[in-house]
Design a protein around this ligand. Structure first.
Ligand code: NI
Length: 169
């Protein structure tokens, strides 16, 4: 197992569109294990492969209080989203320290393979629904700050660029 480096916004690689996984082989299973380890270490509820600079359609999540319910979604597809929407506060491991409200579908149904390549459909609401929509956006090259106003987004971009410069000194 290995901890992976999480890209930080506004790294342009976060805007890469991920490619579908053809087959769940050893390499994909290793990626899943490393992503889970990285997500737990960073205390996140979700992580998309895009965030660790692997541009394949893989995401992991754990929205449990006990942090022992890992969920793996390979080649996730949104098959249904409720008309009812809700604004919830979101954060992102690639946008450390920033939280803001984003409007999303209240409930979704996502079809995906698990870590064994078994296809299944998951009905999600609450935090998991938010998380899945957020992580699927990552796989499409989209970061949640893109839903915020240009003013807020630019402020976040400037501050994170400044922090990155200072961290390199
Ligand atoms: Ni994120």
């Amino acid at each position: 197992m290995a901890l992976l480096t999480i890209l930080t916004y506004p790294d342009p690689r976060l805007h890469t569109v991920a490619q579908p996984v053809a087959k769940v082989d050893d390499e994909v299973q290793q990626l899943v294990r490393d992503m889970l380890e990285t997500m737990y270490e960073a205390k996140g509820v979700g992580l998309a492969a895009t965030q660790v600079d692997v541009h394949r359609r893989v995401l992991v999540a754990d929205v449990s209080e006990t942090r022992d319910r890992p969920l793996v979604f390979i080649n996730p597809t949104l098959v249904w989203a409720s008309d009812e929407r809700q604004v919830a506060e979101e954060g992102c491991l690639s946008v450390p320290g920033y939280y803001d409200g984003v409007e999303r579908a209240l409930q979704v149904r996502v079809q995906a393979w698990d870590e064994h390549g078994q296809s299944r459909e998951v009905h999600a609401e609450g935090l998991l629904a938010v998380c899945l929509q957020h992580e699927m956006d990552h796989l499409a090259g989209k970061v949640f700050v893109e839903y915020l106003s240009r003013l807020k987004r630019n402020r976040i971009k400037t501050k994170l660029q400044k922090q990155a410069r200072e961290a390199r000194v």
